[in-house]
Write a protein that binds this ligand. Structure first.
Ligand SMILES: Cc1ncc(COP(=O)(O)O)c(C=O)c1O
Length: 441
């Protein structure tokens, strides 16, 4: 039982087993670089960049100082019909960082808001070009696109959907690409599965007709469902089919953006240009909530062009869109990434990380290891009739040992800050090995 002073009863925690947590809480009170400190004074090595977001490591002075200074200078500026200079600067910086003509950025406050914003922009775009019948939104099984209504609807994780009724109508899902039978222990992109993209044409377009379909949304690498790496050629094929049928392709890069794969964005790494990209997490290094949707020039121009002169073109936005503190944090974060060459560092470290995580292959209960850039998934054999219980035990034991991993179902995900050292990669993987060896069932 937690022996601290706080009463834990009033806080309803997100995506958490509240009752279980409150019996034995895991409270973090500070963080610096690669480590958290717990309420009982223990150091915990961060193997997941907080929640896939602290790509530059914790407590970075440049980011902290930028937030502090901004709070003293301009705490808030209304975002509707008003602006402040740093919003425009950040949008420009993102334009320079993103490939192709992904030029126009809309600010949100989270990945979930980015996804719902992107879906709304896709619908508005088709309507603006006179194809308002395009209302179907296509997600993918096992996809995670946040927890708002649009994102849950196109998302494909049953547990996230089942309590919430019908969600959005006019939504269908592509099959997921995960197959241990074909792709176990893949290093980098697996070779089997590009043909699964054809389902878009052979089933979904055949069923609903392209004239009714607005957009396809996928995570280039599915993160929250347990690190599913896209088969070689799969994303390229999706792009081709979308192009052939006038369907927008949205990449949800909330996890894959800002260096995670050893490149600025997944779209750059895979050489596949989406029409819209959803960003969040690493945008501010997790320090202030923020998200963004960047769209290709043609999408923006179409929506601008369809509105009467001097009218609001898109009736959408948030009180905190482009909040001064978030924008200041994002600009400082982009500086840190650039000054320390963290995206290139991730690419350099990736082979070492790959070698380390694949050494888990021989351990008890491990049935797959997969990786790309600085992200890896280790899949465990579930305990019969107790899905997710084994991985959760691993998570708990790792935490007690002083390493933070993330688990989803029976998959352990690793996605450390990109400042991790080789010695810390060893510490993370060796810790996980000890925990796996100690499991009795
Ligand atoms: C791919 C993806 N999209 C959207 C989200 C939702 O982001 P947020 O939790 O900031 O709303 C997440 C969060 O993990 C994500 O991984």
């Amino acid at each position: 039982m937690y022996a601290g002073d706080s009463d834990l009863g009033s806080y309803w925690m997100p995506f958490t087993a509240n009752r279980q947590f409150k019996v034995a809480p895991r409270l973090l009170v500070s963080a610096r670089d690669m480590h958290f400190t717990t309420h009982d004074g223990r150091k915990v090595l961060d193997g997941v960049a907080g929640l896939w977001c602290v790509n530059a490591g914790h407590g970075r002075d440049k980011i902290v100082n930028a937030i502090r200074q901004q709070a003293g200078e301009l705490d808030f500026a209304p975002p509707f019909q008003m602006g402040h200079p740093l919003q425009f600067e950040l949008a420009k910086r993102l334009q320079l960082l993103l490939p192709g003509d992904l030029n126009q950025t809309f600010f949100t406050n989270s990945g979930s808001e980015s996804v719902d914003t992107a879906l709304k922009i896709a619908l508005a775009y088709h309507r603006a070009r006179g194809e308002g019948s395009r209302r179907w939104l296509i997600g993918r099984e096992r996809g995670y696109h946040g927890s708002n209504m649009g994102g849950v609807s196109v998302g494909g994780i049953a547990a996230n959907r089942k309590a919430f009724g019908n969600l959005l109508t006019c939504v269908d899902h592509l099959p997921h690409t995960h197959s241990i039978a074909h792709n176990s222990y893949s290093r980098g992109q697996p070779s089997w599965g590009a043909h699964l993209a054809d389902d878009l044409e052979s089933r979904i377009i055949a069923l609903h007709d392209a004239s009714n379909i607005a957009a396809v949304i996928v995570e280039p690498v599915a993160g929250s469902t347990g690190v599913l790496i896209p088969p070689r050629g799969y994303l390229e094929r999706l792009r081709e089919i979308c192009d052939q049928h006038g369907i927008l392709l949205i990449f949800d890069e909330v996890i894959t953006g800002f260096g995670r794969l050893g490149s600025s964005f997944a779209c750059e790494k895979f050489g596949v240009l989406p029409d819209l990209v959803c960003l969040a997490k690493g945008l501010t290094n997790g320090a202030v909530p923020m998200g963004a949707v960047t769209v290709r020039q043609g999408v923006y121009d179409t929506i601008m062009g369809a509105a009467p002169a001097n009218a609001i073109e898109l009736f959408h936005g948030y009180t905190y869109s482009g909040h001064p503190l978030a924008v200041a944090a994002a600009l400082a974060t982009l500086d840190v990434y650039a000054e320390e060459g963290l995206f290139a560092r991730a690419a350099e470290l990736a082979p070492y990380f790959e070698h380390a995580v694949h050494s888990l292959r021989e351990l008890p209960f491990v049935i797959d290891v997969r990786n790309l850039g600085m992200v890896a998934g280790i899949e465990l054999e579930p305990i019969p009739q107790k899905p997710a219980a084994r991985a959760f035990e691993v998570f708990q034991r790792c935490y007690e040992k002083g390493i933070l991993v993330r688990t989803t179902g029976d998959i352990v995900a690793l996605s450390p800050p990109l400042i991790i050292s080789k010695a810390q990669i060893d510490e993370l993987v060796d810790g996980l090995k000890e925990v796996l060896r100690a499991l009795s069932h």
